[in-house]
Design a protein around this ligand. Structure first.
Ligand SMILES: *[C@@H]1O[C@H](CO)[C@@H](O)[C@H](O)[C@H]1NC(C)=O
Ligand SMILES: *[C@@H]1O[C@H](CO)[C@@H](O)[C@H](O)[C@H]1NC(C)=O
Ligand SMILES: *[C@@H]1O[C@H](CO)[C@@H](O)[C@H](O)[C@H]1NC(C)=O
Length: 195
C-alpha cells in the first residue's frame, strides 16, 4: 500500500533567463515539518533526496519557529520580520493593512528582474494573505493551488469499523482518491513542469 504522510509545498522563484548575477532560485517549503529528516539524524525517516541536497549544502541547526502556527510563521519569514512586528500571532489579519506594508521575499525578487511563481501553500490562505496569496504584490502570475485540495475534508480514511472517516493523516491508495491524485503530487507536478 502506498503511504502518504509528508506534506510538501513548493515555491518556485525563477528568473526568465538565468545568469551569474541573477541565478534561478527554487525554495521548497514544507508545512509544519520538524527536523525529522535523515540529514538531521532521524533514523526512521526515509528522506534520501533531501539528505543528498543537505549533503551538498548548509544545514542550519539553530533555526527556530518564530511562532508555532503556520500563518504567523510564514508571514514572519516571508516578510523577514518577527511576529512582534507583523503583529500576527494567529491567522486573523493581513499584515499590509494590520501592521505595515512590508515587502515580501518573492516581491523583492519580482521587483528585481525575476519572474516569480507560487505553487501550493506558500502564503497562508485566507485573510492572512488577503484571500489572494498576496497578489498583486508577490507573484508574476496567479498562485497555483492543486485541484484535489478541494477534497481535504472528504472521508477517505478506512477505519477499523470498515467505514470511511475524515482524517488528513492516514495510509491511502492514491489512485482511489477523489480526483485520482493528492495535492502534494499535483503541486510537485506543476512545479516540475514549470521548471
Ligand atoms: C504598498 O507597497 C506597494 C509596493 O511595495 C505599493 O505598490 C502600494 O501602493 C503600497 N500600498 C500602500 C497602501 O501604501
Ligand atoms: C541578468 O538577468 C537579469 C534579470 O533577467 C537582467 O536584468 C540582467 O540584465 C542580466 N544580466 C546580464 C549580464 O545578462
Ligand atoms: C485586499 O483585497 C481586496 C479585495 O480584492 C482589495 O480591494 C484590497 O485592495 C486588498 N488590500 C491590499 C492592501 O492590497
Amino acid at each position: 500500500m502506498k503511504e502518504h504522510v509528508l506534506v510538501i509545498f513548493t515555491l518556485v522563484v525563477h528568473s526568465v533567463t538565468s545568469n551569474l548575477s541573477h541565478p534561478n532560485v527554487l525554495l521548497i517549503i514544507v508545512d509544519d515539518l520538524r527536523p525529522v529528516l535523515g540529514c538531521y539524524g532521524d533514523t526512521l525517516a526515509l528522506t534520501p533526496n533531501i539528505d543528498t541536497l543537505a549533503h551538498h549544502g548548509t544545514i542550519f541547526t539553530r533555526a527556530f519557529a518564530q511562532q508555532a502556527l503556520c500563518g504567523p510563521s510564514r508571514t514572519s519569514f516571508l516578510t523577514s520580520r518577527r511576529p512582534d512586528t507583523t503583529k500576527l500571532y494567529d491567522v486573523h489579519f493581513y499584515w499590509r493593512t494590520h501592521a505595515g506594508n512590508f515587502t515580501t521575499l518573492p516581491q523583492y525578487f519580482k521587483e528585481h528582474g525575476y519572474h516569480t511563481v507560487s505553487a501550493g501553500k506558500i502564503f497562508h490562505p485566507g485573510i492572512v494573505s488577503n484571500y489572494s496569496d498576496d497578489q498583486p504584490y508577490s507573484w508574476s502570475e496567479s498562485a497555483y493551488h492543486p485541484p484535489t485540495q478541494a477534497h481535504k475534508q472528504d472521508p477517505v480514511c478506512l477505519g477499523s469499523d470498515g467505514a470511511l472517516h475524515t482524517n488528513i493523516y492516514c495510509p491511502i491508495q492514491v489512485d482511489q482518491q477523489p480526483g485520482g491524485s493528492l495535492p502534494d503530487i499535483e503541486t510537485t507536478e506543476f512545479a516540475t513542469a514549470w521548471l
